[in-house]
Ligand binder design. Structure first.
Ligand SMILES: [Zn+2]
Length: 214
């Protein structure tokens, strides 16, 4: 079997995402770009993640063409490969319908603000307007909304999309985006919603960037 290393990382990540409640049923998909070859390991379409094997993880090229795997790649493959083509710094991508992020991806003003200092690594989090799932159009809009440095976006009436330099970083972006959505939701319900100030967010971002540069 080819690309065992990246297939294993994707399989472990999707099962971790299910265990954390970020993914329900067969919704959500995770991808990882190979360091050497321009191929991507991605979860298959419509197959339960429990009991999944390494051979079930699909291998596609950067244009999403199916190269290997027992099942066809995720229908959201265009979203993952479009981001990897546009962003050389992105090696891993996570798309989920995590409940609170999906709740926050509605309404008049869905932009998530940082509630605690670790959130600042992942803000600003933009909102992608609703477009048909699996389309090149939604893929283009995710790329546009992420921009050059974005780590996470909400997708209206659909879910969220996160990315990072490796799987750990992409999973952290997904976990913290959902945490931001959960804390925002409950704080707004209680009437005590008060996100970090823009000044505190900027100072925290500078600290995080300095730390990552070391
Ligand atoms: Zn989806």
């Amino acid at each position: 079997m080819n690309y065992e290393r990246i297939r294993k990382i994707v399989l472990d990540a999707i099962q971790d995402a299910v265990a954390q409640g970020l993914i329900h049923g067969t919704s959500g998909n995770i991808a990882l770009r190979d360091d050497v070859d321009d191929v991507v390991a991605i979860t298959p379409s419509g197959i339960p993640y429990t009991g999944m094997t390494l051979e079930d993880i699909a291998i596609v090229d950067l244009n999403g063409k199916w190269l290997e795997g027992n099942f066809k790649p995720s229908s959201e493959t265009p979203m993952h490969t479009a981001v990897m083509r546009a962003r050389k710094d992105v090696k891993a991508t996570v798309h989920t319908h995590a409940m609170y992020a999906t709740i926050m991806a509605m309404g008049e003003n869905p932009v998530l603000r940082p509630i605690t200092p670790p959130h600042c690594e992942f803000t600003p989090i933009g909102i992608v307007p609703f477009t048909m799932p699996g389309s090149d159009e939604v893929a283009d809009k995710v790329v546009q909304t992420l921009g050059e440095k974005g780590r996470s976006v909400l997708i209206k009436n659909h879910g969220m999309f996160s990315c990072g330099k490796d799987m750990k970083a992409a999973m952290m972006a997904a976990v913290y985006t959902e945490e931001m959505a959960v804390t925002t939701y409950y704080a707004k319900l209680l009437g005590n919603y008060e996100p970090m100030s823009e000044e505190a967010e900027a100072a925290m971002k500078a600290l995080i960037e300095a730390d990552q540069a070391v």
